[in-house]
Design a protein around this ligand. Structure first.
Ligand code: PAF
Length: 279
């Protein structure tokens, strides 16, 4: 496995490879890798000839400087994990390499980047679009793999690829969960033991909500999920929205959309966790 820190040698290496008609799979990450990331890498290894993993904590997508400072970083173990998962290339650039000049591009994804995470983390998705488009430009992958835990991010990336006619296929991959149901996230390592013990209530309630969906109205279910999670004094729901899985518009009746998803963000002390469930 090769590790690159700068763009030119990486581009040269990938161009030679592409010349041999091989496919390139790409897994963009912010490092602190866990089994969820590994499942994306393994999916790429299964489908593509060469798998590139990027490890870059993108400052442009953090609207809270403390969150950026606290974000976990384990570059050495990340490299080992990439190798074990079968990646061929790791790209670990510095901020200066990705942003030699400030990126002033403003993306507009309609309501997709205004609701839910977009409302509570202003500028977050603009930063995600900046870095992902930049990484796509550098790596020029045939396929790029994203986890469904970040449901809204996935919708926005698909929209960006469509809007800008980017020549890359986006492959959504299922959320990977701990044995107690907690969605895997690099942020889970920041939880205290007590917070970690409380956090699985989020997915437990989401799964129960899925079972209750057809015997309750959308409004009843919204209130029930928020109340049930807030029963735990360590958990505070920031939002729970039940939306059309394609447009991300809130629904008021189950018949409003064919595919419906419930997306949640919960503050667990200073740690913010997100999850979602398809109804
Ligand atoms: O999902 C993430 O880890 C990040 O948002 C991504 C896609 C790597 C962009 O920084």
């Amino acid at each position: 496995m090769k590790v690159f820190h700068t763009i030119s040698p990486l581009v040269q290496y990938l161009d030679e490879y592409r010349g041999k008609s091989k496919t390139i799979g790409f897994v963009p990450t912010m490092g602190a890798l866990h089994a969820g990331h590994i499942s994306l890498i393994e999916e790429s290894v299964r489908h593509d000839d060469l798998t590139v993993v990027s490890i870059f904590v993108n400052p442009n997508q953090f609207n809270n400087p403390d969150d950026l400072k606290r974000y976990p970083r384990n570059p050495d173990s990340d490299i080992v994990m990439c190798k074990q998962a079968g990646a061929s290339v790791v790209f670990m650039p510095s901020v200066e390499v990705i942003y030699p000049e400030p990126d002033k591009r403003q993306f507009d994804f309609g309501i997709l980047d205004k609701v839910m995470e977009g409302k509570f983390r202003p500028g977050h998705f603009n930063g995600v679009a900046q870095v992902v488009s930049r990484l796509f430009d550098i790596v020029k992958p045939n396929r790029a793999y994203f986890g469904q835990k970040d449901f809204q991010q996935l919708a926005i990336i698909k929209r960006m690829v469509w809007d800008y006619s980017m020549d890359v296929e986006i492959i959504p991959c299922p959320t990977v969960r701990e044995s107690d149901g907690l969605a895997m996230s690099s942020r889970n390592t920041l939880l205290t033991p007590q917070q970690r013990a409380s956090a699985p209530l989020i997915s437990k309630i989401l799964f129960e909500a899925r079972n209750k969906a057809h015997s309750h109205s959308v409004d009843e279910l919204l209130a029930w999920v928020v109340d049930s999670i807030n029963q735990d004094p360590l958990l505070r729901v920031e939002y729970f929205s039940i939306v059309n899985a394609v447009t991300l518009e809130e629904i008021t009746q189950w018949s409003d959309a064919e595919n419906v998803v419930g997306c949640i963000a919960v503050n667990v002390g200073a740690v913010r966790l997100i999850d979602n469930v398809l109804f």
